[in-house]
Write a protein that binds this ligand. Structure first.
Ligand code: AKG
Ligand code: FE2
Length: 210
């Protein structure tokens, strides 16, 4: 979605950046959701999804590295929510893993957002769209700031695989679950033990796989 660069420059204040980001990102996530649902012939679920969505805005700071080691500042993980939209100051650091395992450095222009599909959508689509592993590795001598709009399905909404995507060739892969209920046990020791998958953290799928 084209827009003017949002990060504060000159007289543009940070509160305006936040307000513009929130507005643009929430419009954009609806358009992307519509595109996804239409591509699977599931547009009838659009209103139900939007009505059950909560939004969380997060401001994240990653300090410039103190040493040369390249340990991720944010470890590799999949987001468990439905969709994440990210916007950063002009300091890179986010890496996304491609389907064949390669880590790709993200270099977004100041006029673009990064959109990540979360595990909730992946589960709902019976695994048809993968949720990418991503991490942050800091280099150079500048701090990185990113803004994230995290959309997730609110408590009481049962996330269950769309019937239309299940047949003899595509057996159901995930059990119905509520996102809030999942979040309640999210940090427990037992979940932490269960979520290691090839060294990475994949929380929701570990929780609700059939
Ligand atoms: O700051 C970023 O670019 C990524 C943040 C992220 O992946 C998260 O908070 O889940
Ligand atoms: Fe993330």
């Amino acid at each position: 979605m084209p827009h003017n660069a949002l990060w504060p420059q000159g007289k543009i204040s940070f509160s305006k950046t936040l307000a513009s980001f929130t507005q643009l990102a929430s419009e954009l996530q609806k358009k992307i959701l519509k595109m996804i649902l239409e591509s699977f012939g599931l547009e009838k679920y659009m209103d139900e999804f939007i009505d059950s969505t909560n939004y969380q805005l997060r401001i994240m700071k990653y300090e410039k590295p103190k040493t040369n080691d390249s340990t991720p500042t944010l470890a590799a993980h999949c987001d468990t929510n439905t969709m994440t939209l990210l916007y950063q100051n002009e300091v890179n650091g986010l890496q996304i893993q491609s389907i064949d395992g390669e880590w790709i450095n993200m270099k977004p222009s100041p006029k673009s957002f990064i959109v990540l599909i979360g595990e909730s959508i992946s589960v709902w689509l019976n695994g048809r769209l993968p949720s990418p592993f991503h991490r942050v590795i800091m280099k150079g001598n500048e701090d990185r700031y990113s803004l994230g709009l995290f959309t997730r399905l609110r408590g009481g909404y049962v996330i269950k695989v769309a019937n239309e995507l299940v047949d003899d060739n595509n057996p159901i892969l995930f059990k119905p679950h509520g996102h809030e209920e999942f979040l309640k046990i999210f940090y427990s020791e037992i979940t932490q033990a269960a979520v290691q998958f090839e060294g990475y953290i994949t929380r929701l799928k570990a929780y609700c796989s059939v």
